[in-house]
Design a protein around this ligand. Structure first.
Ligand SMILES: [Zn+2]
Length: 219
C-alpha cells in the first residue's frame, strides 16, 4: 500500500540507536516485522518488557495517591494496525472515494501501519476511571494532571503536547504517554520540547562536539 503525498513537515531522524529514544512518526515508520519482547499488564494489555516495570510503578504510585488511572491502549502489532487501516480504507472507498483519496481520509482516523507509537510497545494511553474518553478534557482529570506532573520521574513523557502538531504531526493528546528513559524524560518535560525537537537538539549538539574534536585534532 502506498500513499502518494506524505506530510512534509515532520522531521526525519533515523540514526538514533538508543531503543528508548526510537522515533516513530509519519516519516519514521517501523518495519512490518518489528516486534518487541512484551509483557502483560494486569488488564491483559501488553508493553515492552524493558519498560513495563516503570509503567507499573508509575500507576501504583498514582493509585497510592488515591487516583484511578486506567490504561486503555498499549502495544498494538503493525499487523493489527494494518488491519485497522485497511478496514478504514474500505469504509472510505464504500463512500465512493478512490483508493488514494480513501487512504488519505483513513489516515485522519487511524495511524498508517508502523507509524503509531503503539506499534513500538513504549506508549500507553492512560485515562481516568471516571472519565474514559480520548478527548482534550482528559487533561483536566486528576489522574492525567498527576501523570503529567510526575511521568518524567518514571521515564515517561507527554508525547503529543499542545502546540506541537506542526512538528509531531499529531494533535494534542493529554492521555498518550511514551517511555524514553528518566534522563531524556526529565530534559524533555522540563524544556517543553517534543521528542522530535529533543532528538534534533541532541543530534546537533553531538555534531558540534565532534566537529570541535576534529578541529582540535587538526590543530
Ligand atoms: Zn496513544
Amino acid at each position: 500500500m502506498k500513499i502518494s503525498e506524505p506530510p512534509k513537515f515532520i522531521p526525519s531522524i533515523n540514526n538514533n540507536e538508543d531503543w528508548m529514544l526510537t522515533l516513530v512518526n509519519y516519516n519514521n515508520p517501523l518495519p512490518d516485522t518489528y516486534k518487541p519482547v512484551l509483557k502483560s499488564l494486569s488488564n491483559g494489555l501488553q508493553f515492552d518488557a524493558r519498560a513495563i516495570d516503570q509503567l507499573i510503578l508509575m500507576l501504583s504510585d498514582a493509585r497510592a495517591q488515591g487516583l484511578s488511572p486506567v490504561v486503555c491502549s498499549a502495544y498494538r502489532s503493525v499487523e493489527y494496525q494494518q488491519k485497522l487501516f485497511n478496514n478504514q480504507v474500505k469504509k472510505q472507498m464504500a463512500k465512493g472515494l478512490d483508493r488514494q483519496q480513501a487512504e488519505l481520509e483513513a489516515q485522519k482516523v487511524v495511524a498508517y501501519p508502523g507509524t503509531s507509537e503503539h506499534n513500538l510497545g513504549l506508549a500507553a494511553d492512560i485515562v481516568s476511571l471516571s472519565y474514559q474518553h480520548l478527548d482534550q478534557a482528559q487533561a483536566n482529570t486528576a489522574e492525567v494532571k498527576w501523570l503529567t506532573r510526575h511521568c518524567s520521574e518514571y521515564g515517561f513523557i507527554l508525547r503529543y503536547p499542545e502546540g506541537k502538531r506542526n512538528i509531531t504531526g499529531v494533535i494534542y493528546e493529554p492521555w498518550h504517554f511514551r517511555y524514553v528513559g528518566i534522563d531524556a524524560a526529565k530534559e524533555i518535560m522540563e524544556s517543553g520540547q517534543c521528542l522530535e525537537e529533543y532528538l534534533e537538539f541532541k543530534e546537533s549538539a553531538l555534531a558540534k562536539t565532534s566537529s570541535t574534536t576534529a578541529a582540535k585534532v587538526i590543530r
